[in-house]
Structures are given as C-alpha cells and as structure tokens.
Design a protein around this ligand. Structure first.
Ligand code: MN
Ligand code: MN
Length: 461
C-alpha cells in the first residue's frame, strides 16, 4: 500500500507550524529528563490552562461538572489530566496514554566510593539498554534527596554549560584486545558502569580523601550527608540539549524521546480541547520500561481510583458506574515504534514497518514470537480511527516492530485493555530506540499531535 509523505501535505505556512511545535517539544525534552521533571512541568502547563488539583477539590468537598478540568498526581511520577465532557462518564472516556520514564543509569543506594584516589559512583541501569552505548559521554545527575526530617531537595546538575558533567569511562582501543573478543552484551558489563565523579583530595586527610572532598561538595550544594543517598532517587542521563538533526533540520536527536515524544503531544492536544462531548483523559505513567510495575506504573490502581474520585465528586459514583466508565472507554496507547533504518534493513519487513515522515504509526499488536504479551486492537475500533483521521487529512501508517521472530516489545496497551476498553498502540517512529540519543521526524510528531486532538474531539461511542 502506498504511503504518502506527510511533508508533501504542508505549504510554507504549514511547515512553520510543524517546526514551531517541535521547538516546544525540544525544549520540553531538554528540560525534563526524569518522570518527576515531566510531571512538574506538565502540572504547571495544566494549571495555566485552567486545570485544578483533584486532591484540593476532594479536600474542600467541592463538586465537579461538565466543562471542569482537573489533574491528579501520583507520588510525583504519574499524571492524569481530565477534561470532563458533556456525556455521562458511564459512556466512557477518550484516553491518551503514554509513559514518561526512560532508560538511564540510576545511582545505587550506597553509591560513593574511592579507588586509587578517584571518587566513583555505582549505578544500576534502568530499562533495556545496550550497555556499551552509555560510556564515554557527558552525563548529568538528576534526582531528589529526601532527608529524615521529610524535606526534599531537587538535584539537576550538568545541564548548564557552566556546570560540570560526570560519566562512565570506556577502555582505550589500544588495550581492548581481550574486550573486543567479547559478545556485545558483555563488552561493557552492568557492574562496570561506574561513574567518575572527582579527583581532588582533602588536604592532609589520610582515609578516602577524595571521597570526603566529594561529600563536602554535596553537603555544601544540597545539604546532604552520605547516609542521605539511602533515601534519594538519582537518575544519570545524557547531558546536553536536544538538537535538530539532518542537513534539512527535519528530525530531532535527543535523550528520552521514548516516550516523551508521545507524552508531550498528548498533553498539548489535551490542553487544546475545550468542552468535549466525552470526557477526555491524558494519562502519563512511570515504570513502563521495567514492566509497568509498582505504585506509579500502569498496573497500579491509581487511574481507576482517580476515576472513582471524579465520579464521586460528580455525584455519580457507584461500583457499576465506574466499571461502565472504564469498559466503555477508548484508548490511544502511545509509545514509540521502530523506524526503518537503511543501515539495518535486515530486521525490518518493508511492507509493515514504520517510516520517518509517514505520520503517526498504529501497531494493531506488539509482543514477541506469536504476538505474545500483546494487545490486539479490534478492526471495528481501527475503522473508527481511520475515519476520524481521514476526515481531517491527518497522516498515519500501520506498522509492526520489525520482522517476525526478530525480537519485539511491549507497552501499557494490554493493561488498559484488561478493563474491556478499546485500545490500540499508536505512536511515533524513532531510530536508535533506547540509545542515549534517539532520533525522530518532526512531521511525525506534528501529525501525532493532530491525531491526538482529533481523537479526543471525535471518538464517540
Ligand atoms: Mn522503551
Ligand atoms: Mn516506550
């Protein structure tokens, strides 16, 4: 089937809109490199668009009605935005889902040590990574330290040009004869992903003088002691800003595009919708990269509980109404897909992979082997989506993640589908998925933004 280039669709004025939107996106992924930073920023944006904190409404015993906009934050790492529609909640919601966690190196709980007058930090990688990609590059330290008295300090170090960065060393080629004989997954091993963080000793100090000097800096900068690492959450991420990519600036290279590339246009689409027919939801979750587990992952009851609270504040809560609201809902479960890469054509099946510049990508199913672990979207639902997007001339493509039996992947789709919702995987194609720097096409990001808004406004039961 012919796939048209979404670039062809735009005149000069249209192209400016595509590029301008992507400036906002680049700024977002440059500034927001952890789930907490994404939540904080989007709450700020939501409030400026008239969204109110659901918790405050519950505490004040206020009522909610059609036209109200509220948000709920779960432990600082998951965000749900609701724009309450004219239809009853029992009629279901239009839900945009995406995740805001990304692969990275986390500091261990007892990270700091000294080895031959070098201060080092232990890490444990998060998500699926090719470990050899995470060495010999500038890295920034983002996170939060919570002290015993409950006060918490946000840390963001290495993003501004006048701040130092840290990093994991790689072995020089001159001495790599043994290393280069190893298999790819053993070239750099997980336990060797240690960060070099300092080399000046405290004068006259006998025991661990360099480590002590680093602790002094941490005390001065963040008021933290070594023991405070125990109640800290530090994420080590590629430093530096997202940039335009390609001589024509048609693409973006940056860290954490999986899956902030879907989260950002989802939130932006949400902010653009007013007085919807059906209740619109944007649900941005944590922990997708490690199986959607835990209190802030999609498997948690947070979303269901939040819908129950909203129904209660609307005076229409019952167990049955809640179940109906959930099972009548429609979802675009947005996550990145693999873009065709001319350097690696052997893993792609050309008729059914995603391409740069061909619009938002729908995966009817994901999974591995015989579609194992996949949500398999219903054709009745896909037909509705085709109609909505074609009506507004929004470009989309259908795809699978690579060749059959070549690998695979999962998303949050199947978890929402457990409620009986109509769910499809949709998202944006990227190259270098899970590498420190991922690449995506600007026009695909823009088509996704348009697709999300059209879905929120026009998907009806
Ligand atoms: Mn991923
Ligand atoms: Mn993802």
């Amino acid at each position: 089937m012919e796939r048209k280039s979404a670039w062809e669709k735009y005149d000069k004025k249209g192209l400016k809109k595509v590029f301008d939107f992507c400036e906002g996106y680049k700024e977002f992924i440059t500034e927001c490199k952890t789930e907490r930073e994404c939540v904080d920023r989007l709450v700020e944006n939501a409030e400026s668009c008239g969204y109110r904190d659901l918790q405050e409404i519950i505490e004040k015993g206020e009522k909610l009605k059609a036209g109200d906009k509220v948000y709920a934050v779960n432990m600082g790492k998951t965000l749900a935005l609701f724009n309450i529609g004219k239809d009853s909640l029992e009629a279901g919601m239009n839900i945009l889902g995406a995740h805001i966690d990304s692969p990275r190196l986390d500091l261990k709980q007892n990270p700091l040590y000294e080895d031959e007058s070098l201060a080092m930090m232990e890490t444990h990688y998060y998500g699926g990574v090719k470990k050899y990609q995470w060495v010999a590059r500038p890295m920034a330290l983002h996170g939060v330290v919570v002290k015993k008295d409950g006060t918490s300090v946000a840390v963001k170090l290495g993003e501004s040009p006048d701040e130092p960065v840290i990093g994991v060393s790689d072995l020089l080629i001159h001495l790599s004869a043994t290393q280069l004989q190893k298999k790819g997954d053993k070239v750099v091993e997980g336990e060797d992903l240690n960060l070099l963080v300092g080399s000046i000793p405290v004068k006259g100090e006998k025991k661990e003088p360099v480590k002590k000097a680093i602790l002094k800096i941490l005390k001065e900068k963040y008021g933290m002691d070594e023991a405070d690492f125990q109640s800290a959450e530090f994420e080590v991420v590629p430093a530096e800003a997202a940039r335009d990519y390609g001589l024509d600036s048609s693409m973006i290279i940056g860290y954490g595009q999986d899956d902030r590339i879907c989260a950002y246009p989802s939130a932006e689409a949400m902010f653009a919708v007013s007085d919807p027919q059906r209740t619109c939801v944007c649900l941005l979750v944590d922990k997708e990269e490690i199986g959607s587990v835990g209190a802030t992952g999609m498997h948690s009851r947070f979303f269901e509980n939040t819908v129950a609270e909203i129904m209660n504040a609307m005076g229409c809560y019952s167990e049955l109404s809640l179940r109906r609201a959930m099972s009548s809902s429609h979802v675009l479960s947005s996550d990145v897909s693999a873009a065709f890469d001319p350097n690696y054509p052997s893993v792609m099946e050309k008729n059914n992979c995603a391409y740069f510049g061909k619009g938002v990508a729908f995966n009817k199913y994901t999974g591995s082997r015989g579609k194992s672990g996949s949500n398999d979207a219903n054709p009745e639902y896909i037909a509705k989506l085709r109609r909505i997007l074609d009506d507004e001339n929004i470009y989309y493509q259908t795809s699978e993640l690579g060749k059959v039996d070549q690998g695979g992947g999962g998303t949050i789709a199947y978890i929402l589908a457990n409620y009986g919702m109509e769910v499809i995987d949709s998202g944006i194609a990227v190259q270098n998925m899970h590498a420190p720097y991922e690449v995506a096409s600007k026009v695909d990001i823009y088509e996704a933004r348009l697709a999300y808004e059209a879905f929120l406004r026009n998907m009806l039961k």
